[in-house]
Each structure stands twice: as structure tokens, then as C-alpha cells.
Ligand binder design. Structure first.
Ligand SMILES: Cc1ncc(COP(=O)(O)O)c(C=O)c1O
Length: 457
């Protein structure tokens, strides 16, 4: 007899329950393609339901392609409906550690929920019906106008509503830029070494060759860039990830000089430029030459990566090619864009960043203090900006993997540097973020991190 788990009490009736049970038996392979299924009479009898219910269910599944029947022969499971071999889904994130010091995300518990909700409500209430159609692929005009004002004021960029493109975060924007570069015949792109592995992966996925260029204490090595034969370079001048280096004024000028002379594009990834603790935020590279620099910003650190909203300021010469590449792909929800426009216009983002800067400054100091006290064998850099510190193990005979294993065993999230390096050898240590734990949990999380480091004294 066919073993069908029929849940006849959960609503929807017997016929729907029988259909669901048959579909799932076919999808899972318990009913094999080509095999005969019981006659409606015998199944009705086995299940204690009426024959007409079984006949109706079979007819429905024949119409859907799960079963087929030919005149005069038994109803069979359709060959095409057999279960495909399941492919395990890639797990991009893994489990979230209890005490999370991986860089990359702001404190979700500090998201200004009620103020954001007010902006969403206002945006949706005020939006004309036409705003609920396909949005302008460049980004809704209200957001581009608000961003032009905000970025000009806070990040010294040269932007107007026609140069801004709103996309689904920097990751999506980088993918589209990579495709755009390729359309223009560029095959080699320089990346900082070390850098976020995900971004190298995005460039390579499109088919570009990435050329790693070392970082020194002033930023990317422009001499090496000169001989790299690349059509573009991706840089993080305000706060290099993961080394925390701020590009010096001299290096900025040198870099702009290289791009101008060689006709190469610079992509300025300004992912956390809002968070500067020792002085006013450093201005953008883009302001120095808006014709060569593509500026990229995101709300992923300042507000939330869940929104998937980022923006590019695009030199005029690239705009049409980028628009041809994105088409209508890649834009975040127009309703969220309108909400962000409202949020910006009312000064809510400025307010939120000010509040979080104070919170993160305090955490930054507490983390630094703990590392100085408990792990003097780490060389710590950073602290003037951003949401992470870098700690290297260069002078000690200890491998980062041992510390990472101990952290993992204590449910402490820590990110090793090894995967960030492309060519240079110095990849032993950690990028330690201080923004993820909820505010009330931060002291406990810091204690647990201290325990891990203490165990290697
Ligand atoms: C170096 C760097 N750039 C950019 C981003 C932001 O990317 P997105 O806007 O896709 O969230 C991150 C986030 O972790 C980052 O670490």
C-alpha cells in the first residue's frame, strides 16, 4: 500500500490534503517516475475517503503534470516529475556567533525602527500611483536629489542628481561596474592587497583579472600601480579595509595623477567614511577629479545592510554604458528609496550617525584597552575611524587559525586576515569589528573575547 501522510485536519479538505501528499511523494522520489499508482477505487478504500475525491485529486495532478494517464491503462507518475538529485545550498554566512566581533555590520539593535517607519509611512502616503510602477533605473529622483545634497555636505563629493545611480549596495554596484569596464575593453583591474575577498570574487566572476597591489602606511602603492597595466583600480581611501590605513594627502594626489595620465578609472569604496573619531571625516577622493573617480557609498554601515541601498557617483563618460549594463536590474525597492529620501531630508540619517559615532567611539576605546591589557602580543592598528581594528600576530610564533578555533569553541566570532591577502605574506591576524553586538551585550561579549586572548598568554 502507498504510504501517504495525509493531514486531513489542517484545513483545505481531503482532496487538497491528498493532492499535497501525492505531490510531495512524487517530488521526494518516494513515487518513482513511470510507476503505476493505485487505482482510485483501492486508494479511496485504503484511506477511507470517497472515490470521487481521489478521482478529482488525480485529475488535478494530471493537469499539473505530476501524473499521466493513457486511455485503458493505469495512471502513472510522470517521468519528468521525479525528484531531482538535491544539491546542497551554499551556506554563505554560517551560524551567527553569540559574541560577534566579525567586522561588516552595524549594531542591528540600534536601527532607528520607529523613525524609519515614520519615513516609510510618509513616503508611501505621499507617493503618487505612478511611483508604484517600475522605478527609474538610475534611482528615484527624490533620493538622488537628497543624496546629492547629503554627500556634498558630508563627504565633499561633487554630485548632482544626474550623476548619481542608486543600486543594491556596493556589492551589486561593483558587479555592474565590472561588467561596464568589460564592455569598454578593460580586462585587468587593480585591487588593494589585502582586501575584502568577496569583492575580488565579484570582479573575477565577471571575468576580469584582478591585480593585487600592496598597501603601505600611506595607502595603495602607486609605483606598483604604474607598472600593473590595469584599466581601473578599486580603493578604500578613507579607511582601508582591512588594514585601517587612511590614504595620505600626498598619495591621493599621486593616485589621481596616475589615473588622469593613464586614463584609468578609480573606484572609491567609501563604505564607512562617516565614522571618524579623531577629527572631521576625511573628504572624498572623488572631489579631486570627478571625471576619473567613481565614488561609491552605502547605508550598510551607517544604517543597515538589510536595506540593500548603495549609490555611485558616475563620471559623465561612463553613465550611458553603466545604464546599458544595469538596465532595470539592480535597483532597490522604490518605496525604500523614497523612505530614505525622506529620512535624509529630515536630517534623520545625520542624527543617527551622530548617535552611533558616540556609541562606536566608546566601544572602539574599550576594545583597544582590552587588547592592550590582555593581548599585548598583538600589534593593533586603527581606531581613528570605521568600525573595526586590525590586530596582527607578526612577531609571535602563533598561527591565527589556533586563535580562531579557540574563539569558535567559545562562540566568539572573529575574522582571520589570511583570506584577505592576495600576494604579500603578512596575513596573520584578525580584523576585529566592534559594531555588531547589541549595546547591552557589548560588555559581556568583550569579556568573552578577552577570555579567548587570555588563554594564549
Ligand atoms: C570594504 C567594504 N566595502 C563595502 C562594503 C559594503 O558593501 P554593501 O554595500 O554591498 O553592503 C563593505 C561591507 O562589509 C566592506 O567591508
Amino acid at each position: 500500500m502507498l504510504d501517504l501522510q495525509l493531514d486531513l485536519v489542517s484545513g483545505g479538505g481531503r482532496r487538497a490534503a491528498l493532492e499535497t501528499a501525492l505531490r510531495s511523494a512524487i517530488r521526494s522520489g518516494r513515487l518513482v517516475g513511470g510507476g503505476a499508482i493505485p487505482s482510485s477505487r483501492s486508494l479511496a478504500c485504503d484511506l477511507g475517503i470517497s472515490r470521487s475525491t481521489v478521482v478529482a485529486a488525480y485529475e488535478q495532478l494530471i493537469a499539473e503534470g505530476y501524473l499521466h494517464s493513457e486511455h485503458g491503462s493505469a495512471t502513472r507518475v510522470a517521468a519528468l516529475a521525479t525528484a531531482p538529485t538535491p544539491t546542497p545550498e551554499i551556506d554563505l554566512f554560517g551560524p551567527t556567533p553569540l559574541h560577534d566581533f566579525r567586522p561588516g555590520e552595524p549594531d542591528g539593535s540600534s536601527f532607528p525602527r520607529s523613525r524609519w517607519l515614520r519615513s516609510v509611512r510618509r513616503a508611501l502616503t505621499d507617493a503618487p500611483d505612478s511611483a508604484l510602477g517600475y522605478a527609474d533605473p538610475r534611482g528615484v529622483i527624490e533620493l538622488r536629489a537628497a543624496l546629492a545634497d547629503h554627500l556634498g555636505r558630508t563627504r565633499t563629493v561633487d554630485a548632482d542628481r544626474s550623476s548619481i545611480r542608486v543600486l543594491g549596495g556596493f556589492g551589486a554596484a561593483l558587479g555592474f561596474l565590472a561588467e561596464t569596464f568589460q564592455r569598454r575593453g578593460i580586462t585587468r583591474v587593480a585591487v588593494e592587497d589585502p582586501m575584502l575577498p568577496l569583492h575580488t570574487h565579484i570582479l573575477r566572476t565577471v571575468g576580469l583579472t584582478t591585480v593585487p597591489i600592496p598597501i603601505d602606511d600611506e595607502g595603495i602603492d602607486v609605483d606598483r600601480l604604474r607598472s600593473a597595466d590595469v584599466g581601473a583600480a578599486i580603493v578604500t581611501p578613507a579607511h582601508q579595509y582591512p588594514t585601517t590605513v587612511t590614504m595620505s594627502a600626498a598619495r591621493r594626489n599621486e593616485l589621481i595623477g596616475w589615473a588622469t595620465d593613464s586614463g584609468a578609472w578609480l573606484v572609491e569604496d567609501d563604505y564607512d567614511g562617516e565614522f571618524r573619531y579623531d577629527r572631521r571625516p576625511i573628504g572624498s577622493l572623488q572631489g579631486l577629479n570627478p571625471d576619473r573617480v567613481i565614488y561609491a557609498g552605502t547605508v550598510s554601515k551607517s544604517l543597515s545592510p538589510a536595506l540593500r541601498i548603495g549609490w555611485l557617483i558616475v563620471p559623465e563618460a561612463l553613465r550611458n554604458d553603466l545604464l546599458r549594463t544595469t538596465g532595470v536590474r539592480g535597483g532597490p525597492s522604490a518605496i525604500d528609496q523614497l523612505a530614505l529620501a525622506d529620512f535624509l531630508e529630515r536630517g534623520e540619517l545625520d542624527r543617527h550617525i551622530r548617535t552611533m559615532r558616540t556609541t562606536y567611539r566608546r566601544r572602539n576605546h574599550a576594545l583597544r584597552q582590552m587588547l592592550d591589557d590582555e593581548a599585548p602580543w598583538l600589534d593593533v592598528s586603527g581606531g581613528a575611524a570605521g568600525l573595526h581594528l586590525m590586530a596582527t600576530l607578526s612577531n609571535r610564533d602563533l598561527d591565527e587559525s589556533k586563535v580562531l578555533a579557540a574563539a569558535d569553541a567559545s562562540s566568539v566570532g572573529l575574522l582571520g586576515l589570511e583570506t584577505h591577502h592576495r600576494s604579500s605574506a603578512a596575513g596573520n591576524g584578525f580584523a576585529i569589528g566592534f559594531s555588531r553586538p547589541a549595546e547591552h551585550h557589548f560588555p559581556t561579549a568583550l569579556e568573552r573575547l578577552a577570555d579567548v586572548f587570555r588563554s594564549f598568554r
